[in-house]
Design a protein around this ligand. Structure first.
Ligand code: CA
Length: 239
């Protein structure tokens, strides 16, 4: 609250990331990116793709191409390569729902928080599963995907767009994220940002990116989220 100069926090909406937050899909994404680049003869490590998480496809390709080929990419090439990456991702099989996240979503619903999906992904195979896995949690009109924004995370645009859709201010917004770039985007957008370390990236990296609170797993977040929401409301009342 001090950092963002808010006199109070009154959470009304939870802006929720998809990959690595709702689905344990990051190992599959990293694998698919790595294989796609290998097919092109471009050298990458599996782990680096965890750090690009949240970026648009074109931005990810540009980082790798600039480093390995000394050139960027254009929209057409990026779309073609992203299609191939999506094929490889889909061939890996269905990513599991992140253990604990259903409990976190239930707590948001019970606390009367509206939910907005904010993802850099345009991966239909996951977007189509939302209603099946989390029935009634996400309304189709309250979704921001990679297709809706000019700037992907770490730019605040995706979260600002989400707040706009839900008609709330940053001081009324909570962000749930697993990746440093996503946390940075949420914090820069002015939201109270919760960072959950669901992959190889440690809590410290999420704190450094601007997370107000971090959890070591989604299960830990599920156990604590009710108390956290209560604390936010009580602190705001005292002030
Ligand atoms: Ca993510």
């Amino acid at each position: 609250m001090q950092r963002h100069h808010y006199s109070r926090l009154a959470p009304r909406v939870a802006l929720i990331d998809m990959d690595g937050t709702l689905f344990d899909s990051m190992p599959g994404h990293a694998e698919a990116w790595h294989r796609m680049m290998s097919e092109l003869g471009v050298n990458t490590t599996l782990e680096e793709f965890f750090y690009y998480e949240g970026r648009t496809a074109q931005s990810t390709i540009e980082i790798v191409f600039n480093r390995e080929l000394g050139r960027g990419t254009d929209k057409e090439e990026a779309e073609r390569l992203y299609s191939r990456k999506k094929e490889l991702f889909n061939a890996i099989g269905e990513a599991p729902v992140m253990p604990g996240v259903k409990e976190v979503l239930n707590t948001f619903v019970a606390a009367g928080l509206n939910r907005v999906l904010v993802t850099g992904s345009g991966q239909n195979s996951l977007l189509d599963r939302l209603e099946r896995e989390f029935p009634g949690v996400f309304a189709p009109e309250l979704m921001v995907t990679g297709r809706d924004v000019t700037h992907g995370k770490p730019h605040p645009e995706p979260f600002l767009r989400g707040m706009q859709l839900a008609r709330v201010k940053p001081s009324q917004s909570i962000v749930l994220e697993n990746a440093p770039l996503g946390v940075k985007a949420g914090d820069t957008a002015g939201a109270f940002t919760i960072g959950v370390a669901t992959g190889p990236i440690p809590c410290e990296a999420l704190s450094e990116a601007g997370a107000a609170v971090t959890f070591r797993s989604m299960a830990e977040c599920a156990a604590e989220i009710h108390t956290l929401l209560l604390s936010i409301c009580l602190i705001s009342l005292e002030l």
